[in-house]
Design a protein around this ligand. Structure first.
Ligand code: 4AD
Length: 477
C-alpha cells in the first residue's frame, strides 16, 4: 500500500517531501486559468493545496477540473510540502495551533497573528467521490463562533446562521466542523477514562438487558412496547439488574449502555435516549465509599481531559468559548441541609424536605463557586421522599436518605445512593429476587455521558453532545 499522511501531521519537518493525503475539498478558488487553491479538510484539520500550471506536472485541464469540483467532495492529493515565505519557523509546538493550514500564534492563549504554516504544491489530484453541488450547510459557516458571525454580518458579509434544527437535520455535514470533531473525541475519552479507572479499581464491566418487563426507575417516563404479546418496556436504567449483579457476588460492577426515557420535557438537558455510565458496588461501612469513587473517578477524568485532549478542547473553545472547569483536588461534599441553609442565607427559600429545581440548583452552584471556588461538588443526604423507591433511608433520621447528586456548573450529572438491601423495606423489589438470597450492603450511581461532556465544555444544549440526538420531537436522522 501507499504511504498516507494525515492533514493534522503536516508540519515543517515534511518540507520538500512528497505526501499523499485524502480529505474533503472545503473551498475551491480559481486564480485565472493557471492557478487554483483547494483547502482540504480531514477530521477538522485543514491544509491549503495549490495547483499551478507547469509542464509535465499540472495541465490547464487539471486546473479546470479542480475548479468545478463540488465542495465536500472527497479528494486524494499527491504533492510536495512547501513552507511559504511568510511562515514562521522555530516556534514551539504549544505556541501555535493549526487552523486551515494556517498557524495561529498564541501568546498566553491570545491569537496574535495568522501565518500560513505549510502548503501542498499539487502534482496529482483525484476525485474519489463527488458531493452534490448544493449543500444544505456550508461547513465554514457552521464552524463560526457567535463573535465571528456578528463581525462578519457587520462587515456586510453574506452569511447564513446555521440553526440547531438545520444542524441536526443534516448532522452528517454538521459533525464535520472542528468543534464537533472535538466534542465527540472528548466524549470517547470520557467513556474510556471511566472504563479504565473502574477496571483499575477492581470493577467488572457488565451488560444488562434493555428490554425489560417493568419500569426500572418507577414513574411514567417509560417507552412501552409489545414483547411477543406481553407488555414490556425499554430500560430507563440498568438499576435493578446492576443491583442483581452485586447480589450475584461480582462485588463491583459498571456498565456503559443506552438508557431510554420517554421524557415529556423539551429542555436543553433531557434526551429520550442517552448513554448511561453506571456503577454499583458493595459498601463495607458507609455510603461515603461510593462518593469516594465519584470523587477520584472525576478528578482523574478532568485531569486527563485537560491534559490529553488539549487540541479538541481548543477546537471547541474557538467556536463555543468557555472557561476551564474549576474543581478541587478533593471534591467538596455538602449535605442537602447545608445546601438549603446556603440558599436561605442568599434569600432563596426552598422546601427543606422537597427537591431542588433547576433554578435553585443553578443558584446553589453559584454560591458554592463563590464560597469554595469549585464548579464540581457533591450534595448528599437528600430528603427520602424525593428519591426513588430503592433508596436507603438514613439510620439516624429516616426523613433523609443515604443518597447524593453531583453537579457541574450548577447542573446535575450524577445521581447515586445506597440501596435498600434488607427485607423490611423491600416490598417492591421482592419480584426481582434482589435480597431474598442474601444481599450485601451496596450502592452506586448513574452518570449521563452527554451531560458530562456538555457541562465540562459549558455547552448550552445536550443535543450538541449527542451524535444523533433523540428528543420528544426528534427520531431522525
Ligand atoms: O438521575 P437518574 O434518573 O438516576 C438513575 O438512573 C439511577 N438509577 C442512578 C443510580 O445509580 N442511582 O439518571 C442518572 C443520570 C443523571 O444524573 C443525568 O446525568 C442523566 O443520568 N440523565 C439524563 N441525561 C440525558 N437525558 C435525560 N433525560 C436524562 N435523565 C437522566
Amino acid at each position: 500500500g501507499k504511504k498516507w499522511t494525515e492533514v493534522k501531521d503536516l508540519t515543517h519537518e515534511l518540507k520538500d517531501k512528497v505526501v499523499l493525503i485524502r480529505g474533503r475539498a472545503q473551498t475551491i478558488r480559481a486564480v485565472g486559468k493557471k492557478m487554483a487553491f483547494v483547502v482540504v479538510r480531514e477530521r477538522g484539520f485543514t491544509v491549503q493545496c495549490v495547483l499551478t500550471v507547469a509542464q509535465d506536472v499540472v495541465s490547464p485541464q487539471m486546473v479546470k477540473f479542480t475548479t468545478i469540483l463540488s465542495r465536500e467532495s472527497i479528494v486524494d492529493i499527491e504533492g510536495i510540502v512547501s513552507v511559504p515565505a511568510q511562515s514562521i519557523t522555530g516556534a514551539s509546538q504549544q505556541d501555535f495551533c493549526l487552523d486551515g493550514g494556517r498557524c495561529l500564534v498564541l501568546v498566553r492563549g491570545y491569537c496574535l497573528l495568522k501565518v500560513v504554516l505549510v502548503e501542498i504544491q499539487v502534482r496529482k489530484l483525484y476525485c474519489v467521490n463527488k458531493a452534490i453541488p448544493t449543500l444544505p450547510i456550508n461547513i465554514e459557516d457552521a464552524a463560526r463562533s457567535e463573535v465571528e458571525i456578528e463581525k462578519a454580518l457587520q462587515a456586510g458579509e453574506q452569511l447564513v446562521r446555521v440553526n440547531q434544527d438545520t444542524r441536526l437535520n443534516f448532522r452528517v455535514l454538521d459533525i464535520r466542523t472542528p468543534a464537533n470533531q472535538g466534542i465527540f473525541r472528548i466524549q470517547c475519552q470520557v467513556e474510556n477514562i471511566f472504563r479504565q479507572f473502574l477496571l483499575s479499581e477492581g470493577f467488572v464491566g457488565i451488560h444488562t438487558p434493555k428490554l425489560i418487563a417493568g419500569s426500572s426507575e418507577g414513574g411514567s417516563a417509560v417507552f412501552r412496547l409489545d414483547y411477543k404479546g406481553t407488555p414490556a418496556c425499554l430500560a430507563q436504567s440498568p438499576q435493578l439488574h446492576k443491583q442483581m449483579s452485586i447480589c450475584g457476588d461480582f462485588g463491583r460492577v459498571f456498565e456503559i449502555g443506552p438508557v431510554f426515557r420517554a421524557e415529556d420535557s423539551f429542555t436543553h438537558r433531557h434526551l429520550c435516549e442517552f448513554t448511561g455510565l453506571d456503577v454499583e458496588m458493595e459498601i463495607k461501612e458507609h455510603y461515603s465509599e461510593v462518593m469516594d469513587i465519584v470523587d477520584r473517578l472525576f478528578v482523574t477524568m478532568f485531569d486527563n481531559l485537560n491534559e490529553k485532549c488539549s487540541k479538541e478542547l481548543e477546537a471547541i473553545n474557538r467556536q463555543y468559548p468557555f472557561e476551564n472547569l474549576k474543581y478541587l483536588r478533593k471534591t467538596l461534599r455538602l449535605t442537602f441541609e447545608e445546601g438549603v441553609q446556603m440558599l436561605k442565607e442568599a434569600g432563596v427559600e426552598i422546601d427543606p424536605l422537597g427537591d431542588l429545581n433547576t433554578e435553585s440548583e443553578r443558584k446553589l452552584g453559584q454560591l458554592v463557586l463563590e464560597k469554595y471556588g469549585t464548579e464540581f461538588y457533591i450534595l448528599h443526604r437528600y430528603p427520602l421522599a424525593v428519591r426513588p423507591f430503592y433508596t436507603m433511608p438514613c439510620h439516624d433520621d429516616p426523613k433523609y436518605s443515604n443518597s447524593f447528586d453531583v453537579f457541574i456548573r450548577g447542573e446535575e450529572i450524577i445521581s447515586g445512593a445506597q440501596r435498600v438491601h434488607v427485607p423490611e423495606f423491600l416490598t417492591e423489589l421482592m419480584t426481582y429476587d434482589l435480597e431474598k438470597y442474601g444481599a450485601p450492603p451496596h450502592g452506586g450511581f448513574g452518570v449521563g455521558l452527554e451531560r458530562v461532556v456538555m457541562l465540562f465544555c459549558a455547552l448550552n444544549n445536550i443535543r450538541k453532545t449527542s451524535l444523533f440526538p433523540r428528543d420528544p420531537q426528534r427520531i431522525a436522522p
